[in-house]
Design a protein around this ligand. Structure first.
Ligand SMILES: [Zn+2]
Ligand SMILES: [Zn+2]
Length: 125
């Protein structure tokens, strides 16, 4: 394979960003490989940043985590608070507060939807 700038010279590798062949002279080394220009270096850095963020979002490899996603955690705490409030009123005054029971039930349904959705997509943030 030849350098895309210098047809007579053999390429030493592919640009990480645009995948064109680059010779020793055209290639610039970046942490993730070779690039052909500063625009491609920027693009390669952005792709690397996106790649690392993806690993964090999905909890892959070194970012593996047992923590549930923030959405699941928030809905869990909100539904717990509503259930505590409902049972507190019920135990104290033997009064069934239909309003807070309804809200507690709705929050629990949302919690389950958020939980299944987070499990399906593998999102860990
Ligand atoms: Zn390039
Ligand atoms: Zn070249």
């Amino acid at each position: 394979m030849q350098c895309f700038q210098h047809q007579a010279i053999n390429a030493v590798g592919l640009c990480k960003s645009c995948l064109k062949g680059v010779c020793q002279e055209c290639a610039t080394e970046v942490p993730t490989g070779l690039v052909c220009s500063s625009a491609c270096a920027d693009h390669a850095a952005e792709m690397q940043e996106m790649h690392v963020r993806g690993l964090k979002i999905y909890g892959i490899g070194q970012y593996h985590s047992k923590m549930p996603s923030t959405g699941v955690l928030v809905w869990f705490l909100l539904s717990m608070a509503m259930w505590v409030s409902f049972f507190h009123t019920y135990i104290q005054s033997d009064y069934v507060n239909v309003g807070s029971l309804t809200v507690a039930a709705i929050f629990t349904v949302i919690l389950l939807v958020a939980w299944f959705s987070a499990r399906r997509t593998g999102i860990k943030c």
